[in-house]
Design a protein around this ligand. Structure first.
Ligand code: ADP
Length: 585
């Protein structure tokens, strides 16, 4: 088999990285596994020789030395059995530990990745990578150790025995075997391509099903069940076809080896019988020879399918490294200082000539300049898609501006330690994220060190305390997946309670109430009023009533600021503002 076809140069680097990142730390365990593998391999390759001795001994009836042989065979079997148990245990322990490390590293990488990077593929695909690709790598690793050490060693030992018994016969076997490897290598390459498309299909299935369940309310309300059933059936059918193709490819390999084994055995029996008849071989050595030949078939078969499993693992490894090699661009130097903002002295936020694009092509913000004075309330107003949420994304540093700078108390936010920056910002958005945990835990995300008493105080300020106290288990009530036991208003109040608990000096409100009914919206806006006290607030709102009292209203249109001022000023001077305030902002 030509090695260069098995591992390409690209793969070589990936394998090297994989070795240093994940495998090297288990080197002692691996050495121990190697010892066990060699014990298993050597004990199994002793069998044919023992059988040869038994047969030759049996034929010489008067020689009773062979009686000891059953005990030797039993001893070898016991050693082999025990070594086998520890070998399987050892190899599984290493491969499971490695896959756990890969899963942890991938998860950590995803949590720290830029939003831009995360949004490139669906969350289902990310999950599939963490689950399915890691299984492929584990299989590949186990097979590499088992096949390359145990099986190659077994084959070498058995083949040396065969050569020692009869080199001519053995050469014959060796000529036939490589002929079979050609189609197997060919099948292996095809399998590699199928494996990649299968993996992609697996990701599609995961993301389709996740999407279907996430959107189940929309599906039911629009009576789209049949469409969704068809969609999921299509992706599942395609997965079936691809999996079946892969299995067929694998299935072709075994019969080829089986036929070859049969042909080899037949030729050996023919030639060996002839040699026994002319007295060149003893019957015992023929039995030993055939036993060794049959025993060689199993590890040879395993080596035959090894390439396929290895290719599947390599393509999984390639996908995983592609992900791991993307470094987050939004980052802070470890030396970046914390920002210190006193709780009763809210900061000034300044945008200086800020431009931004999500995809490096379309400018979403174009030369934005404004000042949010300490403790002031700034409203961002404009039509959908104008760039308002992007402003909030940039202040939180979910993305960095392409040009210009944003400062807090005259310090560029890029020069502030990232976690310290985010410690000073509370973000309440339209999208409320509620975990399937208790109310207590859900609110405590605002400040993990908060006491139960402080959590309850925050809930009171967010006007959700009564509702929580009346729930089945009070603050310990589990709120269901995505908070599905709560109304939109209740979810929003939980997230406001979080922000109250955090008590950060910068408050960002991204259409916090726009998905609620007018009555709830009014009530929640009153609650939010309390939250904005002594904070620099930037709010995106649709209702005129929520922005009239803002210190500054900034009007956005297609990524540019077109007007700015107080409500009184704008209603006089800005045509667009007048229009927006009559049709609804
Ligand atoms: P607004 O909040 O004013 O409705 P946004 O700031 O959300 O507007 O969006 C401004 C523009 O940026 C829109 O054209 C939108 O399609 C685009 N956009 C928003 N988020 C992303 C993203 N994650 N990737 C690419 N484009 C985006």
């Amino acid at each position: 088999m030509k090695k260069k076809h098995i591992i390409t140069n690209v793969n070589k680097n990936i394998v090297k990285n994989f070795y240093s990142d994940f495998v090297f730390k288990y080197k002692i365990d691996i050495i121990f596994a190697f010892i066990l593998l060699i014990i298993v391999a050597s004990t199994s390759s002793i069998y044919p020789y023992l059988i040869q001795l038994v047969f030759d001994g049996l034929l010489k009836v008067k020689n009773y030395e062979w009686i000891i042989l059953p005990f030797v065979i039993a001893f070898v079997a016991i050693v082999r059995g025990v070594a086998m148990f520890f070998q399987i245990r050892q190899v599984s322990k290493i491969s499971l530990s490695i896959s756990l490390d890969v899963q942890k590293k991938l998860t950590k990488h995803l949590i720290n990745a830029d939003l831009n990077e995360l949004n490139k593929i669906s969350s289902g695909n990310h999950v599939s990578r963490i689950m399915n690709d890691v299984v492929l790598i584990r299989d590949g690793f186990e097979r590499t150790i088992n096949n390359l050490i145990r099986d190659v060693f077994t084959i070498l030992a058995l083949f040396s025995y065969l050569m020692w018994l009869d080199w001519l016969l053995s050469v014959l076997v060796v000529i036939i075997y490589p002929l079979a490897l050609r189609p197997i290598v060919k099948i292996g390459k095809k399998q590699n391509i199928i494996a990649t498309t299968l993996q992609e299909q697996m990701e599609t299935v995961t993301s389709t099903l996740t999407e279907m369940l996430q959107g189940i309310r929309m599906v039911k309300s629009y009576n789209l069940e049949n469409m969704e059933i068809n969609r999921s059936e299509n992706v599942l059918n395609s997965l079936f076809r691809k999996t079946f193709n892969l299995i067929i490819g694998r299935a072709k390999i075994l019969p080829i080896l089986e036929i070859l084994g049969g042909v080899a055995a037949a030729s050996v029996i023919g030639l060996a019988s002839y040699r026994v008849s002319i007295g060149e071989l003893t019957p015992g050595s023929v039995v030993g020879y055939i036993t060794a030949l049959l025993m060689i078939a199993q590890p040879a078969r395993a080596l035959g399918t090894f390439n396929t499993v290895l290719q599947e693992a390599l393509s999984a490894l390639e996908r995983i490294y592609k992900q791991l090699n993307i470094c987050p661009k939004v980052n802070s130097l470890s030396s970046a200082p914390d920002i210190k903002i006193s709780r009763n002295k809210p900061p000034e936020i300044v945008f200086k000539n800020v431009s931004f694009s999500y995809d490096n092509r379309n400018k979403v913000l174009n030369n934005i300049n404004f000042i949010a004075k300490p403790g002031s309330k700034v409203a961002l107003v404009g039509q959908s898609g104008a760039g308002k949420s992007t402003i909030i994304n940039l202040i939180s540093r979910f993305y960095d501006p392409s040009n210009g700078e944003i400062t807090i108390n005259e310090v560029n936010i890029k020069d502030i330690n990232l976690s310290s920056l985010r410690d000073n910002i509370s973000l309440v958005s339209q999208e409320t994220i509620i975990y399937n945990k208790s109310f207590l835990d859900n609110i405590r995300f605002g400040n993990l060190n908060a006491t139960d008493l402080n959590v309850k105080k925050a809930a009171k300020n967010a006007d959700i305390d009564k509702f929580i106290s009346n729930s089945l288990n009070g603050y310990d009530t589990i709120v269901g997946e995505s908070g599905n036991t709560l109304s939109g208003g209740q979810k929003q109040r939980v997230s406001i309670a979080r922000a109250i608990l955090k008590d950060a000096p910068i408050l960002l409100l991204d259409e916090a109430t726009s998905s609620l009914d007018p009555e709830t919206e009014n009530e929640i806006n009153k609650t939010l009023e309390k939250l904005t006290k002594n904070k620099t607030t930037i709010t995106i709102a649709h209702k005129l009533s929520t922005i009239v009292n803002c210190d500054q209203i900034i009007l956005f249109n297609k990524g540019k600021i077109v007007d700015a001022g107080s409500h009184k000023e704008l209603i006089k001077s800005s045509e667009l503002y007048k229009k927006l305030s009559t049709i609804g902002i």
